[in-house]
Design a binder for this molecule. Structure first.
Ligand code: FAD
Length: 372
């Protein structure tokens, strides 16, 4: 089938933009493209998470910071999302002895927010759907696409396939992007991926007597050098704890070991990958954003935030080049690659900082003195 039909009598045909992936970055991006009047179609492999009983994602909650908020603000979503988040003013370091020491994130009054991933995704999908020129297509798994024609092939769960064409394809299909596969076949495409030796597992800390079990306005950290746990608060007064530990340590924990007295490990530990690539575009046809362009390890809390920032950066470039895609796409690569690679490096550095350096007295002292 062809994509959205133009209303009869329209003189200038609006460009058709296919956003592949309706996760956090794809759904926000749909709002951006729709706001400028493009005809937007989102293709998401999963069913509509607003109707699903179980929503699987990469984490239950995540930290929203300034750059993510700026991007939400641009499509009028900042207030709504912030009102559903829990401010975290500082990290709270839990020492082995049980002592708790806060390390502020910024100046007085500055904070990051703990937000529910599934809820954020749902809100963004609902927002995208409000635009009459945006359409959400669930149960559409991208199989392949042609950089020459922009023709995409989608698999449906009933076994059928659909072929759809677009003027611009925006790959927001995450760390294991199917869109990116075409990039890998091309000359002079740089690509690297690194799995770190740690895995992660999420655990829930329930409320005690109906109240948060710990102080809520902090990102709690138990740094233990080789491994660590963090906890972010949820609106239902639970904390989602994430245990980061080398896979070989996870494998030692069996149901007969002492850990099973405390935790019931239902799911296996998840892997964490860092992906760097360049360029982010092919001609005037396709551009990668979010984790599809730059999956980072989660220790800097900036993966989604950087992906949200991609949307605002691309939007500004479209303004600058009067929506000329053949100029805007290379400019986006030129501007964005160095910044995203820097975030990836910082996240990798914080992988050590969070579980080890925050333990040192020197670090605690420096954080207080520098107020960072
Ligand atoms: P995704 O969220 O992965 O979404 C991709 C979407 O594409 C999915 O909906 C998927 O179903 C769909 N899709 C995939 N393949 C196809 C296909 N072939 N066809 C159609 N659709 C497809 N970031 C932060 O900023 N702050 C944090 O605190 C934070 N914490 C994190 C904690 C953990 C444990 C992890 C793993 C990550 C964390 N992140 C955090 C990073 C954040 O999760 C990602 O950066 C963010 O999810 C990227 O959004 P995305 O839309 O690019 O990709």
């Amino acid at each position: 089938r062809s994509t959205m039909e133009e209303p009869s009598g329209t003189h200038t045909k609006r460009k058709v933009v296919a956003v592949v992936g309706g996760g956090l970055v794809g759904s926000l991006n749909a709002c951006y493209f729709a706001q400028r009047g493009f005809n937007v179609e989102v293709f998401e492999t999963r069913e509509d998470i607003r109707q699903a009983k179980i929503v699987r994602g990469r984490s239950i909650n995540l930290a929203l910071s300034h750059r993510g908020r700026q991007a939400l603000k641009h499509v009028g979503m900042e207030e709504k999302i912030v009102s559903q988040g829990i401010p975290m003013h500082a990290r709270m370091i839990h020492s082995l002895s049980g002592k708790q020491s806060p390390i502020p994130y910024g100046k007085k009054g500055q904070y990051i927010l703990s937000v529910d991933r599934a809820n954020l995704n749902k809100e963004l999908l609902t927002e995208a759907e409000k635009y009459p020129n945006a359409k959400l297509n669930f149960d559409h798994k991208l199989q392949d696409w042609s950089p020459e024609t922009g023709l995409m092939t989608f698999a449906r769960s009933d076994g059928s396939t659909e072929h759809i064409e677009a003027d611009l394809i925006v790959g927001c299909d995450g760390a294991f992007s199917a869109i990116r596969k075409q990039f890998l076949r091309r000359s002079r495409f740089n690509y690297s991926q690194t799995y770190i030796p740690h895995g992660y597992m999420e655990l829930t800390m329930p409320p005690i007597d109906g109240e948060f079990a710990m102080k809520p306005n902090y990102l709690h950290i138990w740094p233990r050098n080789t491994f660590m746990m963090i906890a972010l608060p949820n609106l239902d007064k639970t904390f989602t704890c994430t245990l980061f530990m080398p896979f070989e340590e996870f494998e030692k924990i069996t149901m007969t070991s002492s850990a099973s007295h405390f935790y019931y490990f239902r799911l296996p530990a998840q892997a964490m990958v860092s992906v760097k690539c360049s360029p982010y575009h092919i001609g005037d046809k396709c551009v990668l954003m979010g984790d599809a362009a730059h999956a980072v390890v989660p220790f800097y809390g900036q993966g989604m935030n950087a992906g949200f920032e991609d949307c605002i950066v691309f939007d500004e470039i479209l303004n600058q080049f009067d929506e000329d895609l053949s100029a805007a796409l290379p400019e986006y690569t030129r501007v964005r690659v160095p910044d995203d690679h820097a975030i990836a490096d910082l996240a990798m550095y914080n992988y050590i900082e969070m579980r080890a350096h925050v333990n040192s007295k020197w670090f605690l002292f420096r954080k207080h003195v520098d107020n960072i």
